[in-house]
Design a protein around this ligand. Structure first.
Ligand code: AKB
Length: 317
């Protein structure tokens, strides 16, 4: 049986990945970790093994891996694109020093690693539509710079030390259990909360800003399927484009309106996040993921919207 460590376990993805993997591998075999004192009092921490862990603390990371005999790390601890522009140095410390620590610990303890990358690896010079798996990557956000550097570092550790490192380039993630923190695609989550609570939403991106999205059940399934895929079949291993829904704020609002007819959207553009969004692809080509390990998302725009409104509606009652 696997022994898994999840870093950044209280974030948007971790909050749902922890119970998902505990269901699969057994609660005792999935160790969640977070860096804030208050993380100890969360459901994720109370329902199974939990360690306080600051990812920039290399010794503590090695101690946790050693103590729990970890063989697989889902390394989710990361700062996102908008937060990164506020404090590039803090982003570099968490995203790059943190990843470097994980790779070094994985080398010592021979762990497999899941590393989530992002559409942020692409920049204004990348093809805008159906951006290919392998193409020019010159990102202009510090977050994108860290993710493209992270992908290269993971490749290096695979070829130099033979570590089994796999990863996905996530587009915006839509989910109902935990809010995203400090991303450019956060509008696609906030819109649901405000639609349910207030019947209206003020969006910080322009109405026709196109960015791909993916719904949490597909995020979880994708990560697990990639980690369990036959390594012989993986040509790209680390950093597969994945996508499910190509959407703009205007299209998403129209879909929500089908369920909440009085719903209204208006716009108050945040120049920082708009500039980041403008530098990213409109849509991704995820055919390499489909071909090499059978990526097949279940949720399109209509199904995701229906499910989000139902699940979140219950939660916010
Ligand atoms: C962000 O908006 O920063 C993230 C991402 C696309 O990686 N959600």
């Amino acid at each position: 049986m696997k022994k898994v460590l999840i870093t950044g376990a209280l974030g948007q993805i971790g909050t749902e990945l922890v119970p998902f993997l505990r269901e699969k591998y057994g609660t005792e075999n999935v160790v969640a970790s977070g860096h804030r004192e208050k993380d100890v009092y969360t459901e994720v921490a109370e329902n199974g093994p939990f360690e306080l862990l600051d990812i920039t603390d290399r010794e503590r990371l090695a101690e946790v891996i050693d103590m729990h005999r970890i063989d697989t790390v889902y390394h989710l601890a990361s700062l996102l694109s908008a937060t990164g522009e506020e404090d590039p140095q803090a982003l570099w410390a968490v995203n790059m020093d943190g990843l470097n620590n994980v790779l070094e610990a994985a080398r010592s303890y021979n762990c497999a690693i899941f590393f989530p990358s992002s559409i942020a690896v692409f920049g204004p010079d990348s093809p805008k539509d159906k951006t290919p798996q392998d193409t020019i990557m010159r990102p202009t956000s510090i977050y994108g710079v860290s993710k493209v550097s992270g992908e290269l570092l993971c490749d290096y550790y695979h070829s130099k030390y033979g570590l089994d490192i796999r990863g996905l380039r996530y587009p915006g993630v839509i989910s109902s259990a935990a809010l995203p923190g400090g991303g450019t695609t956060d509008y696609a989550v906030h819109i649901f909360y405000d639609a349910i609570k207030h019947g209206r939403y003020t969006c910080f991106l322009e109405e026709n800003s196109s960015i791909d999205m993916i719904y949490m059940p597909d995020v979880l399934k994708g990560a697990l399927n990639l980690m369990e895929a036959d390594s012989e079949k993986l040509k790209h291993r680390n950093a597969f484009n994945v996508s499910a829904i190509t959407v703009t704020p205007k299209k998403l609002a129209a879909e929500i309106k089908k369920h909440i007819p009085g719903f209204e959207i208006d716009y108050d553009i945040d120049p920082v996040r708009q500039a980041i969004a403008d530098s990213w692809p409109n849509s991704l080509d995820d055919s390499a993921a489909r071909r090499e390990w059978g990526w097949q998302p279940q949720y399109d725009l209509a199904e995701m919207t229906k499910d989000m409104l139902k699940v979140l509606g219950e939660r916010l009652k």
